[in-house]
Each structure stands twice: as C-alpha cells, then as structure tokens.
Design a protein around this ligand. Structure first.
Ligand SMILES: Nc1nc2c(ncn2[C@@H]2O[C@H](COP(=O)(O)OP(=O)(O)OP(=O)(O)O)[C@@H](O)[C@H]2O)c(=O)[nH]1
Length: 445
C-alpha cells in the first residue's frame, strides 16, 4: 500500500509494474490493490459526460433532394419518430428552405434536432435558382455564429444553427447524377459535410445498385466534388469507418410502417412480392447510415463543421474585412495594433471623403450660382424683348385704329358736305317756291 497526495493509492494488477516504476518503488516489495472507484483527474471524462448530459446535444441536418424523394420519411425512420411535415407541391416558383426544430429524448440523452428541408428543389427551369438559396442558408448560419462570436456580450444559450451534415438524396435512376445535383454539390461541398444517399433504393435491383454506386462515385471524383469522409484516425473506429467510406453513397429505404415478418414486427415496406426490411443490412444501407451518422461520427461531423467549414468562412470573411495575422514585415500583429491601424485608416478615409464631398459641394454651389445668374440675365433680356414686342404690337394696333378713325372722320366730313349741299339746294328750292306762290297770289289780285 502506498500513500500519495490523494491519500491511499492502490493500482490494478495490470498497472502495478508501471505505477511502481513511476513512483520509484520498484525495489520495495509492494502489494497493490485494485481501486474501488475512480479518483484524481482520471474522472475528467465523467465530468464532461455528466455536464453534456445535463446540457443536452444539438444536431442540425440539411436534406437536399427533389420533391417526394423520401426526405421526411427517412428522417422519421432515423429518429424513430413522426416529425410533422406537410407534403410539398411541385409548383413553387423558387426553392424554399423549411426549418423545424424538435426536442427529442432517448433514454436520458436529450437531443435538439434541427431539420432543414429543401422545398421545390429541382422543380425550376433555372438551375442557379435551385442551389443559390441553399448556399445562402448555409452562409447565413455561419454569419450568425460569427456575429455572435464577435459580440461583446455573448449568449451562453445561443442556439448554434450551423449545418452539421447535408444528406444529399440522389434519385434512383440507375444511370448517373443529374446536372443539377452535380452543380449543387459542387457549390456546397466546401461549406458542409455531404453524405450522398441513393433514395428509394428498393426501386433499383441489387446489380444495378452496385453499378449505380460506382458510377456516382466516379462522377463525384471526376468533378472534384468533396464528400464527407468518415474519419480513420481513431483506431477504435478506423476499420469500420474506412470500410464505410468504400460503401458510399448509401442506398437507403425509409419507412415508419411496422410490418409483420414471422413472429416479429419490423419496420419495412410491404410489397406484393414480399417485405423489405429497413433495418436488414442485406436489404439496404439504412442501418449503416444510422450507425455512421448517429452512433459513430456525429461528434466528428460537428467538429468538421466548426474547425473546417466554419473556419474557412470565418477566415475568408475576416480577410475580406482587412484582418491579418502578420504585418507587411512578416511580424505578427496584435489585435489591438490591427484595430488601431484600421481605425486610423478608416478615420483618414473618412476625412478624405469628407474633404472631397465638401469640394464637390462647393463646386456644385458655384455652378448653380453661375447657372442661376445666367438664367436671370437671359430672363431679363427676354422680358425686355417681350415688352418691346408688346409695345410695337400695341403701337401698330393703335395706328391702325387711328387710320380707321380718320377714314371714318373723312367719310363723315364728306357726308356733312353732301348734307350741307343738299340743305342749300332745298332752301333755294323752298325760297323759289315761296316766291312763285307770292307772284301767283299777286297776279290773282
Ligand atoms: N419506394 C419507396 N417509397 C418511399 C421511400 N421513402 C418514402 N417513400 C414514399 O415516397 C413518398 C414521399 O415521401 P416523403 O418522405 O414525403 O418525401 P419528401 O421528399 O419528404 O417530400 P416533400 O417534403 O413533400 O418534398 C411517400 O409516399 C413515401 O411513402 C422509399 O425508401 N422507397
């Protein structure tokens, strides 16, 4: 028995020699006992486990695939639940993403599951319109996380919505990948972990399925599309994971229906020729997918998202904003120095722009003033000319009036002369007549 800093120590038989060497007790003939429980820093993993169990886990899945390809059914089958989802139509003008978050619990493990579904994918003529909303959504989640990281006061309850895995549903044509799927994968493969799946694999024969898988993989390689590779660096799972890498894309079948096979009830699809059991590895790769996704690699998918895809987004974004780790002389720059330099640069730029704007404004005022003066001058000249013209016009009218009146005066004067002449003639005649009457009267007498 040895007494260490933690009190009475005892080592299991397998560790006896090593421990004795470490503590320098090799020469002494010490009897070691197996510990009754865990103690010391070997308890660290238990602390982490209990903390994680208390906090719960979160996992975000993006399902990309044509309308009705079996996305919701597979998610329901994977989580053995019935997550409510309305059926979509084929007639949406563009692709939409629906986001639903569920709080699930298995034993005493809590999981906050977010399922993002593409609605209307593949129903548009415009291919870019189909994949752009998916890229925008993934980037928006990275941006939200980056903004949260940069906040002065960060929320400890922040719901991280970054996509951890993209289940890419390939149509079971048996031929090859369609151009939209290739284009979409090419555009998102550096942003998200893609696991390709052959959907509704029960519609393809076993031989065709193998050929289809090889064809898909060769197309992905020739188009330089990177799909998620199950990690092989942990030796406890390296063998399983490397063999699973060779089985991609998984040929999956989804069903939440319970079918009777012999005396057992199993999840499967009932056909006239028999029952396809979803959880039978000879029938489809559903179990492989479930094990790889949920049991073995969920944590790695989250790590890849954080350390690989998000890191790349963050790096590109900060670089675009002018952040750098080293200065022009290849010396490392502290954040404080960089911030100060950026602040000064920004201040100078603001000053320069302010001066330019001021100059522009003064020039504009000057131009306007000149233009106004010119306009005023022109207006006064124009008004003078208008008055002159009006005067001439009135003068002309007046002269015409005068001429008209003079003509009328002349005519009246002529009429007066005529009248006087007629009057004189009448008077002469009247005098003559009176004289004649008098003569007649005198003669009669
Ligand atoms: N043969 C076969 N049919 C399936 C499979 N999975 C789903 N289905 C059927 O396909 C139809 C559509 O399935 P959903 O899961 O609603 O498809 P979806 O892609 O979620 O559809 P939307 O969300 O409306 O785009 C349903 O009738 C399912 O029963 C499968 O693996 N094989």
């Amino acid at each position: 028995m040895a007494v260490g800093i933690w009190g009475t120590l005892a080592f299991p038989a397998s560790q006896e020699v090593t421990a004795a060497r470490v503590w320098g007790w090799e020469r002494e003939n010490i009897r070691c006992l197996a510990p009754l429980g865990h103690f010391g820093f070997e308890c660290l993993p238990y602390q982490l486990v209990s903390k994680s169990m208390r906090q719960g886990f979160s996992f975000n899945i993006l399902c990309v695939g044509e309308t009705g390809i079996g996305k919701s059914t597979l998610i329901n089958t994977l989580f053995n639940t019935n997550l409510k989802d309305n059926k979509s139509s084929h007639f949406y003008p563009n692709v939409r993403l629906t986001v639903q978050t569920y709080n699930l619990q298995e034993s005493n493990v809590k999981l906050k599951l977010t399922v993002v579904n593409t609605v209307g994918y593949g129903d548009q003529i415009n291919k870019e319109g189909s994949y752009q909303p998916i890229i925008d959504y993934i980037d928006a989640q990275f941006e939200a996380y980056l903004q949260e990281e940069l906040k002065l006061k960060r929320s400890f309850r922040y719901h991280d919505t970054r996509i951890h895995v993209c289940l890419f549903f390939i149509s079971p044509t048996g031929h090859s990948l369609n151009s939209l799927d290739l284009l979409t994968m090419k555009n998102i493969d550096r942003k998200v972990n893609i696991i390709p799946l052959i959907a509704k694999a029960d519609t393809v024969s076993k031989n065709d399925l193998q050929k289809f898988k090889s064809k898909i993989m060769s197309e992905l390689i020739s188009n330089d599309i990177q799909i998620y590779q199950f990690p092989t660096d942990d030796e406890t799972i390296a063998q399983t994971n490397s063999s699973m890498n060779g089985m991609l894309p998984f040929a999956v079948v989804g069903s939440t229906d319970e079918v009777k096979v012999g005396k057992r009830m199993v999840r499967g699809r009932h056909y006239p020729w028999g029952v396809l059991q979803v959880e039978n590895e000879n029938h489809c790769d559903f179990v492989k997918l479930r094990d790889m996704l949920l049991c073995t690699n969920m944590e790695d998918l989250k790590e890849q998202t954080h350390f690989h895809h998000y890191e790349y987004y963050r790096y590109s974004k900060l670089q675009k904003l002018g952040f750098t780790d080293v200065g022009p002389d290849n010396q490392s720059v502290s954040f404080q120095e960089l911030y100060e330099a950026k602040r000064l640069e920004f201040y100078d730029q603001c000053q320069r722009e302010k001066e330019e704007l001021k100059k522009k404004f003064m020039q504009q005022v000057k131009d306007r003033e000149t233009a106004f003066k010119d306009a005023e001058k022109e207006a006064s000249t124009t008004s003078l000319m208008t008055l002159q013209n009006k005067f001439e016009h009135l003068k002309r009218i007046q002269q015409e009036e005068i001429m008209k009146l003079e003509e009328e005066k002349r005519q009246l004067e002529e009429e007066i002369i005529d009248f006087c002449k007629t009057k004189a003639a009448c008077e002469t005649l009247q005098t003559q007549a009176c004289t004649n009457i008098k003569k007649d009267k005198d003669r009669k007498k």
